[in-house]
Design a binder for this molecule. Structure first.
Ligand SMILES: [Zn+2]
Length: 270
């Protein structure tokens, strides 16, 4: 069984650094319509595709600090994510394909980019590849739900890519950095919401208690842009809110961050 012993501290940046790589986001322009006026983002068929199929996806045991056991934990989870999103995208009439997966244990160049500082996961849109950093921060906390959240979040970026959301985001214009970061946060918060939706869909098959979920939410609240230099993921409270919304709905209908009010996607005050 999975040990429920908890780390006393959450490594700074663990949940703030679930990244998307290689953004080719559009150049500044005067014609931006605030907040977002793009049907591919605000009216994606994903939002009306209903709940994700309920699935059995029990977690494998993880030995804290063991990379090989973390891999054995992650691989079946990726299969479950693939099954779930394949069925969901079919309902939304969006073509599905599996992402590539790469594990690394130390920072280096990935997808032609330097690994972002403190990142635990990365999605490379052009290569449709999920990259997971199985370093000691993650493997030592793998008995909690962090690893599940990282994988489901990066898979959320893959879903955004397949649904054309990534491309639409890249084509958005913006007036200056604050607006650019707000658009970026809408993308990131949506990936987190999609992660919550997946976890909600498999929750009954996990040997977990509500305390485990509350612990993830609490740690998420304590993460976020408050601890980062770049204000591109949202304040911890907002990240936790979108994670929770997705979880409760167990489907992407709760994840339309593109139509949400500014407060729901806010970062910290400058
Ligand atoms: Zn992300």
């Amino acid at each position: 069984m999975i040990s429920r012993k908890r780390s006393t501290t959450l490594s700074a940046g663990l949940l703030t650094a679930l990244c998307l790589a290689a953004s080719t986001h559009g150049a500044p322009a005067a014609a931006a319509s605030y907040p977002v006026n793009r049907a591919a983002l605000t009216r994606s068929p994903l939002y009306t595709s209903g709940r994700l199929p309920t699935a059995d996806c029990p977690e494998k045991p993880v030995t804290p600090g063991s990379v090989s056991s973390a891999r054995r934990y992650v691989l079946p989870l990726l299969d479950c994510l693939g099954e779930a999103w394949k069925a969901q995208l079919a309902k939304a009439r969006i073509r599905f394909s599996k992402p590539g997966v790469q594990f690394i244990t130390r920072p280096g160049r990935v997808c032609g980019h330097k690994w972002p500082k403190n990142a635990q996961g990365l999605y490379c849109p052009s290569q449709r590849r999920i990259v997971i950093m199985l370093d000691k921060h993650l493997t030592e906390q793998a008995e909690d739900l962090f690893l599940l959240d990282v994988i489901a979040h990066e898979y959320g970026h893959h879903v955004q890519n397949l649904a054309g959301i990534e491309a639409a985001f890249n084509s958005l214009t913006y007036r200056g950095k604050p607006e650019y970061y707000e658009q970026y946060r809408r993308l990131e918060l949506q990936a987190e919401c999609l992660a919550g939706a997946f976890v909600g869909s498999i929750w009954n098959s996990l040997d977990r208690t509500s305390d485990d979920w509350d612990y993830l939410l609490e740690a998420t609240r304590e993460s976020g842009d408050e601890r980062a230099k770049v204000r591109d993921h949202g304040k911890g409270r907002n990240i936790a809110n979108w994670l929770s919304r997705g979880f409760k709905a167990a489907g992407p209908g709760a994840c339309n961050t593109w139509a949400a009010g500014a407060a729901m996607v806010a970062s910290t005050p400058a």
